[in-house]
Design a protein around this ligand. Structure first.
Ligand code: ZN
Length: 279
């Protein structure tokens, strides 16, 4: 078995917990080198004052990112230090200076590309083309990752969620009487993430659910405290163990068939080709 280097690139601390944590934990446990690169410190995230206790959110979320990285076995955490662009669409006056979205794609891709070169990365994992649920920083991650992977000639695996699985999960949660976070309502999800038929690879995370849960729990500011909102992470962390296992035992990826192929040994071991849809 050859040992590989896998770099994951996300916008904010906690994106890895939701999209790629199981994959990173499995790769690290198998002895591969796993590097996590975050574009921002997520300082525009929602949080309650009582949780912060006078701290600034950015440094607090950086510490949470380190705790998450440790839980997953990440060998190196790189914080690129761009400003969080916020979850709203582009403001009338343009993106805030220094924010990730205000940064030219080529500039950020050069910085990510330098990490990929330094690490001799074999594969880059990053957000999908819809930016998941459409956060501007997630869309920018996709653009930057696409450019950086192309410049290094390595495959990009876009971390996503099977849209039909997500819609079914929301239905199930409602049926169980669980509170569903605002925004998680059709027709929104019909534009989110990736239709089942477009998923190209899946990773079985069932053996590393404890690490994935620990990664989520590390992001305490995102699981507690913001007034008047149901926090997605809090809902997930509150799920009974057997429901958590069903919800989080799979991670989904999309690779570009015209790009470099994922190395065969990694396909064999980790990134399994997605089963075609039943007609
Ligand atoms: Zn995010």
């Amino acid at each position: 078995m050859s040992l590989r280097t896998i770099v994951a690139f996300h916008a904010h601390p906690d994106d890895e917990a939701l999209l790629s944590a199981g994959t990173l934990a499995r790769a690290a446990a198998a002895g591969h080198r796993v590097v996590l690169v975050l574009a921002t410190s997520g300082e525009a995230g929602l949080v309650g004052e009582s949780v912060l206790g006078g701290d600034d959110l950015g440094p607090r979320r950086e510490r949470e990112a380190r705790a998450s990285a440790d839980a997953l076995g990440v060998a190196r955490l790189v914080l690129l230090g761009y400003g969080d662009s916020g979850h709203e669409d582009r403001p009338a006056g343009g993106w805030p200076a220094g924010s990730f979205c205000a940064t030219p794609v080529a500039d950020a891709a050069a910085r990510l590309g330098a990490v990929l070169a330094e690490e001799g990365a074999d594969v880059l994992v990053a957000d999908d083309a819809r930016g998941g649920y459409g956060h501007p920083d997630h869309l920018q991650v996709h653009r930057v990752a696409t450019a950086a992977a192309a410049s290094r000639g390595i495959p990009l695996l876009q971390a996503t969620i099977d849209r039909e699985f997500l819609a079914g999960g929301i239905e199930l949660a409602r049926g169980m009487g669980l509170e569903v976070p605002e925004g998680f309502v059709p027709p929104d999800v019909t534009h989110w993430y990736t239709p089942h038929d477009e998923v190209t690879h899946t990773v079985d995370a069932s053996t590393v659910l404890a690490a994935k849960r620990a990664s989520m729990a590390a992001h305490a500011t995102q699981a507690t405290g913001a007034p008047d909102t149901v926090r997605t992470l809090a809902v997930f962390l509150g799920l009974p163990e057997e429901i958590f296992a069903v919800a989080f035992c799979t991670e989904w990826f999309v690779s570009d068939p015209s790009g470099p192929a994922v190395p065969d040994d990694l396909v064999e071991e980790l990134f399994r080709p997605s089963a075609p849809a039943v007609p």
